[in-house]
Each structure stands twice: as structure tokens, then as C-alpha cells.
Ligand binder design. Sequence first.
Ligand code: NAD
Length: 353
Amino acid sequence: MKSILITGGAGFVGSSLAIDFKKTYPQTNVICLDNLSRRGSELNLPRLAHHDIKFVHGDVRNSEDLNKIGKVDWLIECSAEPSVHAGYNESPAYLINTNLLGLINCLEYLRQFGGQLVFLSTSRVYPIDPLRKLPLQAEGNRFVLKQPFSQLGTSNQGISELFSLEGHRSLYGATKLCGELLIQEYQKMYGLKAIINRCGVLAGPWQMGKVDQGFMALWVARHFFGGALKYMGFEGKGLQVRDVLHVRDLFNLLQIQMNEDSAFETIFNVGGGLKNSISLFELTEMTQSIVGKKPEIGQDPITREADLPFYVTDNKKVMDKLGWSAEISVMQIVEEIALWLKENQATLKPLFQ
Ligand SMILES: NC(=O)c1ccc[n+]([C@@H]2O[C@H](COP(=O)([O-])OP(=O)(O)OC[C@H]3O[C@@H](n4cnc5c(N)ncnc54)[C@H](O)[C@@H]3O)[C@@H](O)[C@H]2O)c1
């Protein structure tokens, strides 16, 4: 592994992976390409430079920006408009051009120069209506999935790769699913080697969270700095549940996958899993105990079109095939985010308010 190009490499996941790769494999040439469209990504540039990671200011929508980098051994595709709410009541052009056209440019770049691919797909490829119709009940301060789990791909562990793909899924989810399909064609037609992970919620320090994406960092930051907080949708009680994966656990998985041929042949659901699942209400309690502040939480009962009441990743396939599971707890994630905010208050305060 002499060289890795990380597109979207100044973003949350891209910069975290870049630094972890460089720390673990100091001889590897790590290059990050990013157009800095995400507010706050520019704050990662000094971190990349500090770790001797080359930064290229470029855009995946422009194939020339990729081509002039030349051949690399791996391309980790982390550039995206990553919000599931993008495109609603606005033009979808940026979302489609970056997530889909950008990926096509990456595939063409790899076809011409060689090199292997890691694609960060999303749990959002699973359609909204079937997920909304899951039998849920409120138990304590969260929704839980009710037995008998009659829908294929559901169990007490959450949602597996067998869950239906029938139905609409948001433009974000659709661009990612189209991406998966294109990658599979490049695998068959051109012998591309690619890893596809359908990630649930990823979190950790250096996530520039905003209302429509990156809720973990935003939730902790608004407790820390102040600013509006409200439970949105599903009657405004904060019972909706997600599982959360620390980006360092994702790095640990990639290290296994990039050295394991069987990882190229399939698609994995990847997330924190049931033990790392948490409702928004529970996250509030946890955050308050760590940050030591108890701000008022508003309620907005209106459910947005792409909101889901419940998603927990069933990691059985990736655990069985590759022996990987998440090790970093939600509590540790919140503690790390809180510490990051504290240590970088002056820079981060304007971003989160
Ligand atoms: N964060 C999550 O919870 C999560 C979950 C599942 C999948 N993913 C996927 O992981 C990847 C990384 O997400 P993230 O959370 O780091 O998002 P992010 O917004 O922090 O990072 C994306 C980066 O891509 C850059 N970018 C956007 N458009 C670009 C373009 N046209 N050309 C070049 N760079 C561009 C942005 O400036 C940003 O720095 C995305 O593909 C996302 O879909 C993320």
C-alpha cells in the first residue's frame, strides 16, 4: 500500500481516515482531495499538513482534478453531499453531480490508471416506507423493534443486508445505491476491486455537525456552546433510535477489508450495532451527564420526509466473515466529542451556533 487517495479528504470521515492511515503506515503516501464545500472542512487542513498528508484542492465533478494526481494503489471515496435531506425543496443538481457523477469520475480514473476502491455507501439505500412501517413500540425512552420480525432482513439485532430495496429512499440514498450498482458493473466488466460498506451513523471528533447531517456532534456542541436544540418528528419526544459507529472503528474495519480478498465480493452493512444504539432522548441524558449542562430541549412534532424512527445495523455478516465488530461505545464517542469541543472552543464555537 504505497499510496492512498482520499476524495472528500478534508471532511469528517476522509480526514479521520487519512490521519489514522498515515499514523499507522507512515511510509504510505496519503493524498486528500476536497473542494472544501462543507463548512468547517477547512479546519482540517492544518491537521492534514501536520501529519504530512498532501492536500489537493479539487473537485470530483471534474475528472481532470483526479487524473492529474496519477496512479494510486487505493482510492477511498469520501466526497459527498452526505445529507439525506438534500434536494428536498431545492435543486438536486449538486447532490447528483457530486455523489453520482463524481463517483463515475472516480471509477473512470481507476479504470484508466488502475487501483482499488473503498466506497462508503449508506444505510439510506434501504427505502423509507418499509422502514417507517416496521412494528415499533415505545419502551422507556426509545422505540424498540417488536417481534415476530416477520419482514425479511429484520431481527432483534436490527436491519441486515437482506432488507428490501423496493421503494423510494431519498435522492441521497438513490445516488448511493446507483453508485453501488455502477461499482458492481465495473467489478465485472473491468476487474475493479472494490469494497462497499453501507454505513449507519458515523461519529467522532472533527465532525462539523449541522441540523441536517452529523447530529451527534451537533447535539453535544449545542449542549456545550448553547444554541437551539429540539426533538424533531415522531411526536417530538426524542424516541427515535440510531446505532453509532466511531470513525476509528471504521478505520479498523478497513484495515481488515483491504487485506482480505473475500471483502471484495459482497456488500456489508456496517454500524455500531445494537449495543451502540441510542435514542435522542437517551443521548440528551448522556450528553448532559458528560457536559454538565441541562439546556431546554424544544419539541417539533412534524416529521420531515426522510426522517426515520428506527435504524439499527445488524452487523452479523461483517462480524461472521471478517471477525470485526465495533469496540468504541457511544459514551466514549460523546466524551471524545466533548473533549474536542473543549480543546478547540475558540475555533469551533462560531461553527456550531
Ligand atoms: N457521516 C456519516 O454518518 C455517514 C454515514 C454513512 C455514509 N457516509 C458517507 O461517508 C462519506 C463521508 O461523509 P462525511 O460524514 O465525512 O461527510 P463530510 O461532509 O464531512 O465530508 C465530505 C467532504 O466532501 C467534500 N466534497 C463535497 N463535494 C465535493 C466535490 N464535488 N468534490 C470534492 N470534494 C467534495 C466536502 O467539502 C467534505 O469535506 C460520504 O460519502 C457519506 O455519504 C457518512
